[in-house]
Design a protein around this ligand. Sequence first.
Ligand SMILES: Nc1ncnc2c1ncn2[C@@H]1O[C@H](COP(=O)(O)OP(=O)(O)O)[C@@H](O)[C@H]1O
Ligand SMILES: N[C@@H](CCC(=O)OP(=O)(O)O)C(=O)O
Length: 375
Amino acid sequence: MSEKRKFNSIKRIVVKVGTSSVAHPTGKLNLFQIESLVRQLADLHNQGQEVLLVTSGAIGTGVGRLGLTARPKTIPGKQAAAAVGQGILMHIYEKFFSEYGVTSGQVLLTREDFSDRRRFLNARNALHAMLQYGVIPVINENDTVAVDEIKLGENDTLSALVASLVDAELLILLSDIEGLYTADPRKDPGARLIPEVKEIDNEIEALAGGAGSKMGTGGMTTKIQAAKIAAHSGVYTVLAHSGEKDIIRRIAAGEQVGTVFWPLANKLENKKQWIAYSSAVCGKILVDEGAATALARQGKSLLPSGITGLEGAFEMGNTVIITGPDGKEIGRGITNYSSAEINLIKGAQTRDIARVLGYKDYDEVVHRNNLVLDL
Ligand SMILES: Nc1ncnc2c1ncn2[C@@H]1O[C@H](COP(=O)(O)OP(=O)(O)O)[C@@H](O)[C@H]1O
Ligand SMILES: N[C@@H](CCC(=O)OP(=O)(O)O)C(=O)O
């Protein structure tokens, strides 16, 4: 028996709609669907809930308006399509929200708005201010300026990062599928819907296949990753079909539709959420067995004596991955020393740091307060 979902006391909700939900396969907007989504969001807003919308569809809509037969392969082609499509998309959202008496505002984010701590805090302040003014933020990746190498590229991850950024309690991922199935139902007619996921383990991750249509990009893999980020941030995720009648209203009322992913009982504190999922990884520190055990099992900080090597060039304050002798990630954290400094002090005792470097700002290379394990 699945437990009753107690969503009625939830104050802040992030809703994500995929390309397949806002655009027809022709690349033209699915106006019926968009209007229905907007009506439900406006109604939640009228009930006093704070709602943020993350919407895909800029590139798909641009492709339709430009009369192209497929998504452009080149970066400038995608950027141009997004510039055209984002305007059309926002125009329609603004029109429908206004008709329902609600003010919306466009927010276009890039990966750096998450990875750079100052920009991250700026984005958080801007979104909180919008919510305070009673505005529904309509969010997408800034596809026209973000080139592929630095892009998130799909909005499942973006929506989970937004949910973590604003401390939402519920993330609703709306797609062209009823929820998570035991296999991709487009390929396996015997696949069964999984109504509830308490913990996203390897078995759950292995169920995910790629995108279901030529419009979608991430498929189920990125939705499960998004649910994982949300779970670590203390946020429920519900995955459901955007075309089902009154789907948002029903989910928010706690009805058992789609697949619900439960948040972890021990959510990461805000700074650790940022280290784990938003900050840019700048290098790797390799540690020996003793250090691996001390970090993973004894809650210790990383000292220079356990470090055997490193990869990449990084500065103090950057995020680094820490790997054990088997090459597997133990965790990631913010380093107190640069790669050049660590090269000099690796393997040394803490008392020798000052002698080797000529100064000692910290005993620990990565302090446990800035370290996230078990991702
Ligand atoms: N285990 C699974 N359960 C459900 N859907 C799956 C699974 N594996 C792969 N998929 C596919 O994921 C698709 C949804 O992802 P995607 O096409 O990226 O949609 P969106 O544009 O809404 O983000 C579904 O249509 C389905 O074909
Ligand atoms: N930012 C992109 C989203 C890319 C995309 O297709 O995402 P999704 O449909 O959610 O898998 C856009 O607006 O086209």
